[in-house]
Every structure is written in C-alpha cells, then in structure tokens.
Design a binder for this molecule. Structure first.
Ligand code: TXA
Ligand code: MG
Length: 347
C-alpha cells in the first residue's frame, strides 16, 4: 500500500475546507485508516462504527485484540449515539477539560460501535482532542473515530509524522502531517462509571487538576501494584520500549556514571537519558537531553522522540534518570517504567 502524506499547516483558518483534510476525511468515510496529529501523540484513526476499518487499525499496529480503542469526537452531541449515560462527574470533567488530553470511560450503548473497537467491553473510552487538524478532520468526516497511538504495538508512541512513517509506512492509507505534537504523552484515562472516578492511565491532565474540579479521584491500584489486574486492558502490556534494554537509575549522577563505565568496560555502547541541566555531567557513547527537569512538561514533550533516537543511534543499553512522581511526572514515570519493563537499579 502506498501511504499518502498530507502536509497541513495547523495555524491556518478554515481547516475544514482545506483540501488535504477533506481528502483524508473521504478516506475515513471509505473505512480506510489515516494517521492524524492530536495534542498528545499521533493517532491511527478509523471509522469506529466499521468492523473493517477497526480491523485495519489492529492489523497495521499488530495490536492485541483485547485492548480497546479510544473513540475521538469533535462535538459532545455525538456522545448520545453510543454512550448510554453521562454521569454528573463526566459532565463536569468534559466542561473543564474538553477539548484536551482527558479520556473518559462511559457505559456503552450496545449495537452502534464496532465490537472490535471496544474489545467486547460494556464500556467505551471517549475523548475530544485539542488539536485544530484533528478537530477539523473529525468535523469533516462526521464520524466517531477510533484512534490508538499510531505506532507499532509495543514501540514508543509517535510525536511526529516521521515517527508514524518509521513504523507504519506502507501499512496505512495516509498520514496528515501537522508537525510535532505538544503534550507528548497520551491522555489521562479516567473511569466515570464508578461513583468515585478512577484514573486508569496517568497522562496529560494530572490527578490534582481532576480533583480541583470533581473532588476525590482514585488511582487504579494496578498502576502501582504489579500484582493487581489493570482495568485498562492496555496497561498490562510492555509498551514504549526502545530496542536496547532500558534501566531506570535511582541514585546519584555519579552512581549512574559508574554504571555507564562498567558497561563500557564490557565493550557495550551505552546511552544515557538525562535532561538539559545535566547533559554535560555524563560521559558515554550517547548522552541525550530529554527536556528540562525544572519543567516536567518539556520532558513529557520530548520523551518518545528521545527513546526513538536511541534506536537510531544503535546503543546496546540505556540508563535513565528518574523523575518526580508528581503532576505530569506521574505519566512520565509510568511510561518510563513500562519502557524499562520495571527495571530499576538502586544505589
Ligand atoms: O492521547 C491519547 O489518548 C492517544 C491519542 C491518539 O488520542 N491515544 C491513545 O490510545 O493513547 P491507545 O490505544 O494507545 O491507548 C488507549 C488506552 C489503552 O490503555 C486502553 O486499554 C484504554 O485506553 N481503554 C480503551 N477503552 C477502554 C475502556 N472501555 N475501559 C478501560 N480502558 C480503556
Ligand atoms: Mg498506545
């Protein structure tokens, strides 16, 4: 398959009549799959009401069939078509955070969406992305669009059209290239079918931000306790992994540098993931700065690109600094721990 690349300037007015977007929307209406930019990461979109389109998404990504997709909409009115009830907490969250990096799990109306999209669950995860190109595309096609991150399953999520093409060129109908994404980590997934909403995946909207508008929010115990079964099926898979084994290092920078030297003596090419503040404190084959530690949003924005750059630079092993588990740091640590298969080396 020849993968079309449509370059779109996200800053122009009247995106809905932009011929590139109209063309991509026509592909979606014909049940083809198309990658699109969102404010978090690039998504691989397909008509959520079509088994054929949804099957294409799973096939292109090599995604396990028991991992449901997030449904993207441009207008709250679309919810009533496939959601059976909108709890009060969800109303408040939608008003506060949509469009934006928050996915809400609702009880599902049966028989509308492809069963494959929701992996046969009685619930459905929905979000309204805060990206002009995504919103224009959703409005132009008028469909609910199922869109997982547009990477091969298990790889770091894509934050640019190049990342999408690295994984999926030839496997999808096209990609709308709207430049690099902003937030850099995926949306927060919050289950509003429970009386006290539960965070199933930390992401772009923090627990503190949610609690500021709806009060108490719980965190799925599976996020911190390896023994419990996550309620968000995708959270059980190893994910975001670079090709080389990744270790998180808990300890001083001197300790991390000693680990590097030990591996270099064994003849390995070693990579270090640090931030701009400390990039000059390490000596290794590859030292990459992932944003500024003083501003965790910049670490989130650069995280997946940094993990992918280690692949291009072909290191044998990667040591990473850790980040504070607060605010968006919660999402950063969740993704890094998964990428590392939970391997932490302590001093
Ligand atoms: O920022 C994002 O959310 C991006 C962009 C493209 O919108 N999308 C994304 O999708 O990250 P994906 O498929 O990579 O992750 C979806 C997550 C998975 O962990 C999945 O298990 C969970 O959402 N999920 C989907 N439907 C669910 C449901 N009904 N109940 C619980 N978890 C659900
Ligand atoms: Mg994903």
């Amino acid at each position: 398959m020849n993968t079309k690349v449509w370059i779109v300037d996200k800053n122009v007015d009247n995106l809905e009549s932009n011929p590139q977007i109209v063309d991509a929307a026509n592909f979606l209406r014909e049940n083809e799959v198309v990658a699109l930019p969102t404010e978090t990461v690039y998504g691989l979109g397909g008509n959520a009401e079509s088994d054929e389109a949804v099957a294409e998404i799973f096939a292109a990504k090599g995604r396990p069939g028991d991992n449901p997709l997030i449904i993207h909409i441009a207008d709250k009115e679309q919810l009533s078509r496939f959601v059976s009830e909108v709890p009060r907490t969800a109303e408040v969250l939608m008003d506060a955070f949509w469009p934006g990096p928050l996915t809400i799990v609702f009880n599902k109306k049966e028989g509308v969406l492809s069963e494959k999209a929701t992996a046969g669950l009685s619930t459905v995860a929905v979000r309204m992305p805060d990206h002009p190109v995504a919103l224009a595309l959703l409005k132009s096609c008028g469909l609910p669009i199922a869109a997982p991150s547009a990477n091969s399953s298990g790889k770091p999520s894509p934050t640019s059209a190049e990342h999408v093409l690295d994984d999926l060129n030839g496997k999808i109908a096209g990609v709308l290239d709207g430049g690099p994404t902003g937030v850099g980590v995926e949306s927060t997934v919050v289950d509003c079918t429970e009386a006290v909403p539960v965070i199933l995946r930390p992401g772009g909207v923090t627990k503190e931000q949610l609690e500021a508008v709806i009060g108490e929010v719980r965190v799925d115990p599976a996020l911190t306790d390896e023994a419990s079964k996550p309620k968000s099926p995708g959270m059980k898979y190893k994910h975001y992994a670079p090709n080389a084994p990744l270790y998180l290092v808990s300890g001083t920078r001197d300790f991390l540098q000693r680990l590097v030297e030990e591996k270099e003596r064994e003849g390995l090419s070693v990579g270090v993931l640090t931030t701009e503040e400390y990039v000059n404190q390490f000596t290794a084959d590859v030292v990459l700065a992932c944003g500024h530690r003083a501003e965790l949003e910049t670490v989130a924005a650069a995280l997946y690109d940094t993990l992918r750059r280690f692949n291009q630079l072909k290191v044998d092993i990667i040591f990473s600094e850790m980040f504070p588990n607060e605010g968006v740091g919660h999402a950063i640590m969740n993704r890094l721990l998964k990428a590392a298969g939970n391997k932490i080396i302590g001093e």
